[in-house]
Design a protein around this ligand. Structure first.
Ligand code: FPP
Length: 258
């Protein structure tokens, strides 16, 4: 089968494919409602999009794909919907792990995983273990995750280090904080995509997206496919990333953060 790169004449090295793409997958419920179907059908269809976009990102040579699959706030949804989502996440990871492994995709979990049901945790950790030697795309699944949760945890951890005398407050740097986040070790995203028409970050990667390009689309997550993904990347490639500097400075040292 012709790869997405061949079909679209994309050369990842020359074409500035973002190394890290983060996605807020929104619109499953509305997709289902438009079809007079239950919200679970929308989520099930959303899992197909996860499959599609992971494959595309892997084909394009993206290094990290970070998906907001279940937020801290999502625990407040009706219990039946929470249960459905948990079942779907467990099933998806069980079904997809062999294919992910075959495609050299490594799963990483980001969030308060202890809050998830024990059987789902087992499925997730099995996926992490099975793919631990993979060296291709890193698929970072944000589950029971929110930025304020992780920043609160990070502050607690740093405060404890200060109290133990292991660190001096004056020595706390941005790197000290980054190292305490749930995303520690993962470079910041170059591109953040949100589907489903809302124009907000909803407590997702607030620290990590300080310099990310933001791309919003009305397309609902279950409808988000190759055309939409390539359009987001193409829009990113048109943007000039200045990191607070002038255009003239950037032209001399492109893509140098801060
Ligand atoms: C937002 O749509 C979507 C979610 C809260 C869940 C997304 C989760 C999946 C697609 C499953 C992920 C599975 C794996 C293995 C990563 P919404 O319900 O907020 O839609 P609405 O805004 O139209 O109501």
């Amino acid at each position: 089968m012709e790869s997405v790169k061949e079909k679209n004449h994309i050369d990842p090295a020359a074409d500035r494919i973002p190394a890290h793409i983060a996605i807020i997958m929104d619109g499953n419920g509305r997709w289902a409602k438009e079809r007079l179907r239950g919200r679970s059908d929308g989520h099930a269809e959303g899992v197909n999009s996860v499959h599609r976009i992971t494959r595309l990102a892997s084909d394009l040579g993206v290094r990290d794909l970070t998906l907001y699959a279940f937020s801290t706030e999502n625990w407040n949804r009706p219990q039946q919907e929470v249960d459905t989502l948990m079942t779907l996440i467990g099933q998806a990871i069980r079904n997809e792990t062999p294919d992910l492994k075959a495609n050299n995709v490594k799963i990483r979990l980001v969030g308060d995983i202890d809050r998830l049901p024990a059987d789902v945790q087992r499925d997730l950790y099995h996926g992490v273990e099975e793919t631990s030697d993979c060296t291709g795309l890193n698929l970072n699944l944000c589950l029971s995750y929110s930025s304020r949760w992780e920043l609160t945890e990070a502050m607690r951890a740093i405060a404890a280090q200060v109290r133990n005398g292991r660190i001096n407050p004056a020595d706390i740097t941005e790197d000290t904080i980054s190292a305490q986040l749930a995303t520690s070790g993962i470079p910041d995203p170059e591109l953040l995509i949100r589907t489903g028409g809302e124009l907000r970050l909803s407590n997702f990667l607030l620290w990590q997206t300080a310099y990310s390009e933001l791309y919003f689309t009305d397309v609902l997550w279950p409808d988000f496919g190759e055309k939409e993904f390539l359009a987001a990347i193409s829009e990113y490639r048109k943007r000039e990333r200045r990191f607070g500097r002038t255009s003239e400075q950037v032209r001399h040292t492109p893509d140098d953060p801060k």
